[in-house]
Design a protein around this ligand. Structure first.
Ligand code: F6P
Length: 365
């Protein structure tokens, strides 16, 4: 039985792809835990610190000083750090083994009382399995993709959208100068939130998202309609998971053991096809990890700080195996297993979609 009054030592980990705002979470969680008189440890590189105690580092008021505005994570992270599918090299190649029991044993050996897991869908799914194995924990939703259910926003998303919007703004002047079609590929995995939000804010002419498989002829119609109106350039924003009707998402290389398959290549394909079909000069670019880099926006800093403090508050109140979630104006909690059950896709009837359509933005449908 989890008794919050007995908490003495907690740990924090950050797993999966980084997102601006991670350090804000670490700082707020650490200072709030210290306020409760608890000792705090950072688990370096995802769950690795629970496999190897040398990767467990004390977090103090000094070690979290001056980090709120910094991108990345002072703890490091790992995309291939799933203890339920740990990758080992064998003479026959890489294979995966389940070392989760060893992690649970190490957690108790380190005399840790609870864990704060900061992660996206992958890392929180792992957290949910550790909760089932008896580790008292609280999840904090992180991802630039904003695809976690149960929370209005994840931290990192606002910063990624800002960076992408800035890039789209910059593309306008060169596209217009050369009378070209510019196609930019944005991250977001299987959801189109980043493409939709930055595409609308950056006044893109076409936005292609995974939720709406597109028809290339419709995309070309938009380019040619603009030509007829004397607008000799077009900006097409493509989510990396966007795909034509009846065609699979484009991926980069085969799936590697213990990690998600990488998406990519759709912008180049769209640029080539639009060029062939319309006779327009086209160029494509992939914004890539710039969307994850740099310091968090004020929104993401504050959300990170609020999530970090709320996670510790949950532990102090004895609320475990939950994820903190934004439900403006409050931070609420939902069972962690529920949070990772379904992906949050773009709401096709939502206000942002309606706004885009009403302003004449094409979704290639
Ligand atoms: O989930 C965050 C994310 O940035 C996705 O948008 C993208 O598909 C993926 O991670 C890229 O992963 P990696 O950092 O392994 O290239």
């Amino acid at each position: 039985m989890f008794d919050p009054k007995k908490i003495k030592r907690i740990a924090i980990n950050t797993g999966g792809g980084d997102a601006p705002g991670l350090n804000a979470v670490i700082r707020a969680a650490t200072l709030t835990a210290i306020h409760h008189g608890w000792e705090v440890f950072g688990v370096r590189h995802g769950y690795r610190g629970l496999e190897d105690p040398k990767e467990l580092v004390p977090l103090t008021a000094e070690s979290v000083r001056g980090i709120t505005h910094l991108g990345g994570t002072i703890l490091g992270t790992a995309n291939r750090g799933n203890p339920f599918e740990s990758v080992v090299k064998t003479p026959e190649g890489e294979k995966t083994v389940d070392i989760s029991d060893q992690v649970v044993e190490n957690f108790h050996k380190q005399r840790l009382d609870a864990l704060i897991c900061v992660g996206g869908d992958g890392s929180l799914r792992i957290a949910s399995k550790f909760a089932d194995k008896g580790i008292p924990l609280v999840g904090v939703p992180k991802t630039i993709d904003n695809d976690l259910s149960g929370t209005v926003a994840t931290f990192g998303f606002d910063t990624a959208v800002s960076t992408a919007t800035d890039a789209i703004d910059k593309l306008h002047s060169t596209a217009e100068a050369h009378e070209r079609v510019m196609v930019v590929e944005l991250m977001g995995r299987y959801a189109g939130h980043i493409a939709l939000h930055s595409g609308v804010s950056g006044t893109a002419d076409v936005i292609l998202i995974p939720e709406i498989p597109f028809d290339l002829d419709k995309v070309c119609d938009k380019v040619l309609a603009r030509e007829r109106m004397g607008r000799h350039f077009t900006i097409i924003v493509c989510a990396e998971g966007a795909h034509p009707k009846g065609v699979e998402m484009m991926t980069k290389g085969p799936k590697q053991a213990g990690r998600e398959i990488l998406l990519g290549g759709i912008a180049q394909y769209v640029a080539q096809e639009v060029g062939k079909r319309t006779g327009k000069e086209t160029r494509s670019l992939v914004l890539g990890h710039l969307q994850r880099g740099g310091g968090p926006t004020t929104f993401d800093r504050l959300l990170g700080l609020r999530f970090g403090a709320a996670a510790v508050r949950c532990l102090a109140e004895g609320k475990i195996n939950v994820m903190v979630a934004l439900d403006p104006p409050r931070i609420k909690t939902i069972p962690i297993a529920e949070a990772v059950k379904t992906m949050k896709a773009v709401d096709l009837n939502g206000d942002t979609m309606l706004t885009a359509r009403e302003m004449g933005i094409s979704f290639g449908d």
